[in-house]
Write a protein that binds this ligand. Structure first.
Ligand code: MRU
Length: 349
């Protein structure tokens, strides 16, 4: 399904990003013509969501390479170190960022020719990463929808849609697919404190695409489940470790525990670029800590007394045992996860 808005747009030599900090009120765009502007856009959450971060960083590499080429310097790994390091330092948890940078590094080390030819090869790779993600979203949508009963009432967390990916989304692609097939009775988006990706972004994009969505606050989920109003929870992921542990937006773990308590399936939807076989368990994942202000303020309004300390971990880890199934572009993986995850990653190589 084509969305009626553009999230990441590449035009030689510039990336235009829909500024997600300004949604749902203003639809404004940020233009980045320099790799460091791309890095800042990722750190400051102009663009966010695991696959979208990877795609944007890949375009950042192209911009950096072009700058070096234009300055007349040779384009080799060493010259690009600052650019790769700067982009890698933007956000630590979503593995798609490092996966995309690794692909770009691979092109740099295997392409010979003039600086212009190397820039062109890097550009093709970044565009390929973007296009492949679009296709993976469509495949995940179809695989995931097959898990849902007819007339399903689903709950989702954070934003996992077109705003977070190169296509329809991960968990939201499943929701879009099931909606188009006439198989969804209700979609609940929890607001996802503190950055409010659910209420600001998921609600915005589903509403724009005429998918009926109801926003609930995070603390309502348990009550909705107890009353039998939720048939399945669908979430995206920022990193899946070799044993099937899942890092995702803070609050995801709580939903998984609630699902277990209410006997509701808890599905994780993510492309194979989110699977990190080099990390054994979720305990080893670096969890990003974001600025206090996201907790102490809502917009310009202060909601915590001055001088009071807060905590702001942006992600949590859900143990594999609480995950009913993981959906990738290749199909559905079920517990025990280790083997299935290896298989799905090898299908992409
Ligand atoms: O901090 P964010 O907004 O980048 O976090 C996004 C999420 O946690 C998503 O659920 C995740 O990236 C997977 S969706 C494609």
């Amino acid at each position: 399904m084509e969305t009626n808005f553009r999230v990441i747009e590449w035009r030689r030599y510039e990336v235009t990003l829909l500024d997600q900090r300004r949604l749902p009120v203003d639809e404004v765009y940020v233009r980045c013509g320099h790799w460091s502007a791309v890095a800042s856009a990722i750190t400051e959450m102009v663009v966010r969501g695991a696959p979208a971060i990877g795609i944007t960083a890949a375009y950042g590499v192209v911009l950096g390479a072009r700058e070096i080429a234009e300055s007349g310097h040779a384009l080799h790994q060493k010259a690009m170190t600052e650019i790769f390091d700067g982009l890698a330092a933007t956000r630590p948890t979503a593995v798609n960022l490092f996966w995309a940078l690794e692909r770009m590094r691979g092109i740099l080390s295997t392409t010979s020719g003039t600086a212009a030819q190397i820039v062109a090869a890097l550009e093709s790779e970044a565009v390929a990463i973007h296009c492949e993600d679009r296709e993976m979203c469509a495949a995940m949508g179809a695989h995931g929808a097959s898990l849902l009963p007819d007339g399903a009432r689903v709950l989702t967390h954070c934003n996992t849609g077109a705003l977070a990916t190169g296509g329809d989304g991960t968990a939201l692609a499943v929701i879009r697919h099931a909606f188009r097939a006439g198989r969804l009775d209700a979609v609940y988006a929890d607001e996802t404190r503190p950055f409010l990706q659910g209420s600001r972004l998921t609600a915005w994009e589903l509403h724009r695409d005429d998918v009926p969505v109801r926003v609930i606050t995070d603390n309502m989920a348990a009550d909705f489940m107890r009353r039998g109003a939720i048939d399945a929870v669908l979430v995206g992921t920022d990193r899946i470790t070799a044993n099937g542990d899942v890092a995702n937006k803070i609050g995801t773990y709580g939903l998984a525990v609630l699902c277990e308590a209410h006997n509701i399936p808890f599905y994780v939807v993510g492309p194979t670029s989110t699977i990190d076989l080099d990390t054994a368990t979720g305990d080893e994942i670096e969890i990003e800590r974001r600025p206090d202000r996201e907790v102490t303020h809502v917009g310009a309004t202060q909601i915590v007394p001055t001088g009071v300390s807060v905590e702001n971990p942006a992600f949590d880890v859900t143990p594999a045992r609480l995950v009913t199934a993981i959906v990738t572009e290749h199909g559905v993986v079920r517990s025990p996860y280790s083997e299935g995850l290896i298989q799905h990653v090898s299908m992409s190589n």
